[in-house]
Design a protein around this ligand. Structure first.
Ligand code: ZN
Length: 303
């Protein structure tokens, strides 16, 4: 089973690993930072290349090793994590003709490879995913609307919630509150917890443990903390949190959700969020669409 390094550190985008298996156009590595599609978050993309001196026996045959590079175009987790590879074209003509019908010569098992993840795409996913947690939490807190599904991309996202109908005022209130939570610069951290303990101690509407397969015995909890005490005490620009149960360091976290995705470290890294629309998803189910301001047409990226 591949060691899933992205669970422990979701900021790393370059890593070394060893090829364990190669099948058709896919490889399995002993460890990976490539995030596989899941939990509403799309897979990472990037490249794999043979590490310097990483060819089998350390004896690359005549100039071959230098070119041994592949694009990672899909990452799926089934029994383990599979990386689908395509031959890397000439770097300068990336979007060029897709007439590459040659069979992909994959790196052999035992080869040491370097993986490089498309950092901009990953970063966007992490920002959207963290925004989704805030949105789920505030919909539960303020509308008693439980999240039933979510899907994010690198430039927009949506979330489904059990609710009859959000009107225009609701959407404006949701957007305002979401941006307050973003601006709060709340810390985001993750840790593992036994499922039994989680079910006994955490709010299950919030953690969404019920959505996870029974086979999962240990959960990764993603926690969005309380507002941290400002250092200088000079922060009257910072708005007081409404209805807060105390702003001290020992305050309860704002949200705890079982999630295997990637996230930012502080909510202000998300940046301004725009609620772009809603639609009826089914009876008593609403879909809320949202995007980062920089991805909404005509909005200045003021940051
Ligand atoms: Zn998440």
């Amino acid at each position: 089973m591949t060691e899933e390094l992205y669970l422990a550190d979701d900021a790393v985008t370059t890593f070394e690993a060893t090829v364990e298996r190669a099948l058709d156009d896919r490889v399995v590595l002993d460890r990976t930072h490539f995030y596989p599609t899941g939990g509403g978050q799309p897979h990472d993309t990037g490249t794999l290349r043979v590490a310097d001196g990483g060819a089998i026996d350390g004896e690359p045959s005549e100039g071959e090793a230098a070119d041994r590079r592949w694009r990672v175009v899909d990452v799926r987790k089934k029994d383990t994590v599979y990386h689908t590879l395509e031959p890397a074209e000439n770097r300068t003509s990336e979007a060029g003709d897709s007439s590459a019908t040659d069979a992909v010569a994959l790196p052999e098992p035992g080869t040491t490879v370097v993986g490089e993840i498309d950092a901009a795409r990953r970063r966007a996913h992490s920002r959207y995913h963290t925004a989704q947690h805030l949105l789920s939490a505030l919909l539960l807190d303020e509308f008693d609307a439980r999240t039933t599904g979510n899907q994010l991309y690198d430039d927009h996202a949506h979330l489904d919630a059990a609710y009859e109908r959000f009107d225009e005022d609701d959407l404006a209130r949701i957007e305002n509150r979401l941006n307050e939570l973003v601006a709060d610069r709340r810390p985001v951290r993750s840790y593992t917890m036994d499922r039994e303990e989680a079910e006994a101690t955490l709010d299950t509407d919030r953690t969404r443990i019920d959505l996870l397969p029974d086979s999962i015995a240990e959960l990764r909890i993603v926690e969005i903390g309380a507002v941290e005490e400002a250092e200088g005490g000079d922060g009257d620009a910072v708005e007081e949190a409404e209805g807060g149960d105390g702003d001290g360091c020992d305050a309860e976290p704002y949200d705890r959700t079982a999630c295997a995705g990637t996230h930012v470290e502080h909510t202000d890294e998300i940046g301004e969020v725009v609620v772009t629309g809603r639609e009826t998803k089914g009876s008593d189910e609403e879909r809320v669409r949202f995007a980062l301001a920089e991805h909404v047409g005509g909005v200045d990226d003021g940051s």
